[in-house]
Design a protein around this ligand. Sequence first.
Ligand SMILES: NC(=O)c1ccc[n+]([C@@H]2O[C@H](COP(=O)([O-])OP(=O)(O)OC[C@H]3O[C@@H](n4cnc5c(N)ncnc54)[C@H](O)[C@@H]3O)[C@@H](O)[C@H]2O)c1
Length: 404
Amino acid sequence: MKHSVCIVGGCGHIGLPLGIALSTAGARVTLLDNTESRVRSVAEGRMPFLERGADESLTEVLADGRLTVTMDPDAVGRSDTVVVTIGTPVDEFLSPEVRTFDRAMESILGRMHDGQLLILRSTVFPGVTSRLDKRTRERGLRIDVAHCPERIAQGYALEETGSLPQIIGGVTPSAARRASALFALLGAKQIEIPPVEAELCKLFCNSYRYINFAIANQFYVIAEKFGADFDRVRKAMTTDYPRMAGFPGAGFAGGPCLLKDTMQLAAFNHNDFVLGQAAMMINEGLPTFLVESAKASYDLSTATVAILGMAFKGNSDDPRDSLAYKLRKVLTFESRKVLCTDPYIEDPSFVSLETALEEADVLFLGACHDEYRGLTPRQPTIDVFNFLKRTSTEGAEPRTANAA
Ligand SMILES: NC(=O)c1ccc[n+]([C@@H]2O[C@H](COP(=O)([O-])OP(=O)(O)OC[C@H]3O[C@@H](n4cnc5c(N)ncnc54)[C@H](O)[C@@H]3O)[C@@H](O)[C@H]2O)c1
């Protein structure tokens, strides 16, 4: 059977790679998005953000008409399946920002008709899928509803989509069967669980990773306070010692997912999530710790400092919730002048790497971009990731930056 799919939020970091993957696998896909610049860019065959391998595939699927893009909200009524991939942020109080999502869902449900399948792929608060199913029935709408969370690492979606097991959380057996048939196109193993468990599965994954990064960051802070080299300790801990396999390095745990999903889980558990909340304090406190430590050795108040890398993780062009920006805020207060540079982010206030290296008295590494591999700056450099030293002494460095 030929699948026809409308992806709401289809020009986003999750919707667009999924749309490309599904259309490459044979589905007819319409990307529906309300950000005009992104829709225009996709329609012209240009990826609005960095996603490995996506540029060529996008051109191909657009050319043969398997993928189309629109801003017309009525598109949701013209496909068998509607997949929702819009953002589900937390607000300034770190509570789930449900109103925008609810409004979007109202608009979507108002345009759906009996017999369609609705898949929530956005990361949602536990219970949202069942609540949505109830809302559809109250409206007299007979559709199947499922939650199938996305678990790819941003920027590597096309590599991972076909290999990561797909969690299928159908409200009914029919919803599960239909969602499973759609994702079977991508060829990955599937795991069926109830929707609330699918919702928890995603939040547990991200909270677990966030807490693990916080453990490494807390150990880093302890090691620094006692004048020990955290990375040397870490190497000693993990070398040929399988029980420590996977222990991450220290670094910024930023990005649009890990913190907000940990906070969603905290909110779901009535703010009783001590581990998650402690992880937030540790990870979010790291930029300030780095600046305070640097102040003990250098007079930042008279110094020009530069941050190399502003994206939330290495080789990414995404500045969302990047702790490099928090670092900039603290440094702006503490130093004479702050320069920022990033090869992937266009920002007229940024300077080139050359200028940063030329003008700065002190450097901070903000993101482990390949462009900085093996760099041996002349000035003191605060590198919580130990990326520069590692890549100048060991060369190859796998992709392990602390981020989603
Ligand atoms: N980015 C990741 O690495 C990642 C990984 C797994 C899961 N997720 C989850 O996926 C969801 C989307 O995240 P993202 O990073 O792709 O966000 P994003 O902001 O990149 O994409 C969301 C897209 O939805 C569009 N949009 C918003 N409201 C809309 C509406 N009412 N109608 C049509 N389009 C609308 C926006 O214009 C945007 O293009 C979130 O729930 C996130 O937690 C993200």
